[in-house]
Design a protein around this ligand. Structure first.
Ligand code: FES
Length: 166
């Protein structure tokens, strides 16, 4: 049984990894998508995950660590099931990003950089996410955008996520 300290891909993730390998000329070239699978599978890409991926791909741990630490999309700390990255760059800030951050802080009773005690939500801020025309916005779990946010739509999103069973 895999543990957080000894992660191991599920059969489905292993299959996906093997499929990814067929698209690249070398294993090293497939490192980024493999780390992406690993982060999705384990919820982060910290030291134990880096070790697992290095062994799986027969790559030096130092190389895997260098890639993980270079790209901000890889989480080196545990985050909640729902990672809320609120853009606080200029366009978003001018259109109320601070109010969005504040309403999330108040609703979840956490500060930026913290995770709720039930492990469901992490609140973070982000630099420009290239959606300035629909500011203010946030990114959920690094792959979904919620745009033209108001306090009302933000709280509605949080209620919807909080009520999910998955
Ligand atoms: S400033 Fe927020 S998306 Fe560009």
């Amino acid at each position: 049984m895999p543990t957080p300290e000894e992660p191991k891909f599920s059969e489905a993730a292993l299959k996906e990894y093997q499929e990814v390998l067929t698209h690249y000329p070398t294993r090293r070239a497939a490192l980024l998508p493999t780390l992406w699978i690993a982060q999705r599978e384990f919820g982060w890409a910290g030291e134990p995950v880096q070790r697992y991926v290095a062994e799986l791909m027969e790559l030096p741990l130092s190389h895997v660590r260098a890639v993980v630490t270079f790209y901000p999309m890889f989480q080196q700390e545990h985050v909640g099931k729902y990672l809320l990255d609120v853009c606080t760059n200029l366009s978003c800030r001018l259109r109320g990003a601070d109010r969005i951050v504040d309403c999330i802080r108040r609703r979840l009773k956490i500060e930026v950089g913290q995770t709720t005690s039930d492990g469901k939500f992490t609140l973070a801020t982000a630099e420009c996410l290239a959606s300035c025309g629909t500011a203010p916005m946030l990114q959920l779990n690094q792959d979904r955008y919620y745009e033209n946010l108001t306090e009302e739509t933000t709280l509605k999103l949080i209620e919807e996520l909080a009520s999910r069973d998955d």
